[in-house]
Design a protein around this ligand. Structure first.
Ligand SMILES: [Zn+2]
Length: 334
């Protein structure tokens, strides 16, 4: 008999629910809600069913209800111990809610002595509060040049629906680079709540301040363009890979800032550019002879001493300016 009635319910559904306003109900995971059938007649009621819409869009899952006979044997296992029907109120108490309980429900109400029936459609929304996110520091490394990066993991548990973690850098964001490393989201099998975590790499940069002092090259190098270029290299205000990789938007570890103009695999520093890079060998040969003539013993100097000379410290500043300008022009031309 009950089976027959259920079939009847299904057959009638498309016509009986037409135009029915959906009642919005909100519940929390672990919490309870009450669904009350809409019914404004005085006729006694012989039966009420609460059914859940399945994935096919049909109200086929019997949550609970009553009829002249007991319907207990027909209840879906999922709801047997979490629901109760109040005959007088024509309502359904639903507790120990799970995330999977979210969805549409229908109350199908049958008054006595009439063929007319009454439906109420409910939309149950389930939420669960995420735990306050915790941040743990996983690994830090110092890249030199004032760049320090740490991997941070942020985790939050027991929330619903699935949410994304997002990071905000509050301090002076020009000096901080945030890169996402990976995210993991897992749902609890029983309650359906989500545990989410995300790892980011945060790199902080100390702004390096340069000393501006009146150097003699400013007086001895007469060519304006050459003087400007020399100044840029003296202040590390150039586009060599070592410097470009320090910027927030293009930051890469120092060891990866290799020279793109040769195959040595060396980091493109001022020393590499001005003293080692094979690309400028022919220019270097010409000018290093001049440096040797102007400052005897130049070729025997260490790299850092040579760099000082080629950056215009000392009497060879005009030669240095021409040398740097010529290398710079070649580098920029390709
Ligand atoms: Zn090179």
């Amino acid at each position: 008999m009950i089976r027959l009635l259920l079939l009847l319910v299904l057959a009638l559904w498309p016509t009986t629910c037409e135009g029915a306003a959906v009642q919005e109900v909100r519940g929390k995971v672990g919490g309870a809600v009450q669904l009350t059938c809409r019914y404004d007649h005085l006729l006694p009621v012989k039966g009420v069913y609460f059914q859940k819409k399945n994935l096919s869009g049909l109200y086929e899952l019997l949550v609970n209800g009553f009829y002249t006979n007991s319907v207990k044997d027909y209840l879906h296992d999922e709801y047997k111990h979490r629901t109760r029907v109040n005959r007088t109120e024509r309502s359904l108490d639903f507790w120990n809610l799970k995330a999977s309980d979210e969805g549409h429900y229908k109350c199908f109400l049958m008054p006595q002595d009439t063929l007319k029936d009454y439906d109420t459609i409910f939309h149950l929304t389930i939420t669960a509060d995420y735990s306050i996110p915790t941040v743990t520091v996983q690994e830090c490394s110092d890249h030199g040049e004032g760049a320090l990066s740490c991997e941070l993991c942020c985790s939050s548990f027991g929330g619903y629906p699935l949410a994304n973690l997002s990071w905000t850098v509050l301090e002076d964001s020009n000096d901080v680079l945030l890169q996402e490393v990976g995210s993991v989201s897992t749902a609890d099998k029983h309650s359906g709540v989500w545990n989410v975590s995300q790892i980011v790499r945060l790199t902080c940069f100390l702004t390096l301040k340069h000393e501006y002092a009146l150097a003699t090259y400013l007086l001895t190098v007469r060519d304006t363009k050459q003087r400007q270029i020399l100044t840029k290299y003296r202040l590390s205000d150039h586009s060599l890979a070592v410097e470009r990789g320090r910027f927030k938007h293009s930051w890469i570890p120092r060891e990866d800032r290799v020279c793109g103009h040769c195959k040595t695999g060396e980091v493109e520093t001022e020393v590499h550019f001005l003293l080692h890079c094979p690309k400028y060998e022919h220019i270097r040969n010409k000018y290093f002879s001049q440096f040797e003539e102007e400052e005897s013993g130049f070729r025997a100097l260490t790299d850092s001493q040579k760099l000082t000379v080629t950056l215009g410290e000392g009497p060879s500043a005009p030669t240095a300016a021409r040398y740097v300008h010529e290398c710079h022009t070649l580098r920029d031309s390709e």
